[in-house]
Ligand binder design. Sequence first.
Ligand SMILES: [Zn+2]
Ligand SMILES: [Zn+2]
Ligand SMILES: [Zn+2]
Length: 140
Amino acid sequence: MDTIEATLTHHGVRPTAVRILIYKALMQFHDTFSMNDVEIATDTIDKSTIFRTLTLFADHHLLHEIEDGSGSKKYCLCHNDHECSVEELHCHFYCETCKKTFCLDRSHIPPVSTPKGFMARHAEYIIKGTCPACSAKNHA
Ligand SMILES: [Zn+2]
Ligand SMILES: [Zn+2]
Ligand SMILES: [Zn+2]
């Protein structure tokens, strides 16, 4: 069984108590989360520590960062043990009704060829629309 310590160490992050605590909180999220969600989930940890930890985690590819156009940055846990190549990244779905961003884990970003000389490092693919819960409400 993989411990949080092992996961952090594997990604080159020293597993301090507060980082383990934050990572544990992140594991409760099934889809993307914002800095604000993490603040609520961790309760006693101050904002700047959370911000620094999320940035560190993202730098070490424990997290994916998503710009969904909502104005606040979203993150999701990376389940790969190495830095995802562009082909391994998954798409996200932004619900315009409840403003949640969902991970489409099984939908990889479709391959886009770049002209000679352009080296892709990262890609984001956001689909916008209505999530199942909001669609159900609309039809009730
Ligand atoms: Zn990844
Ligand atoms: Zn929704
Ligand atoms: Zn995701």
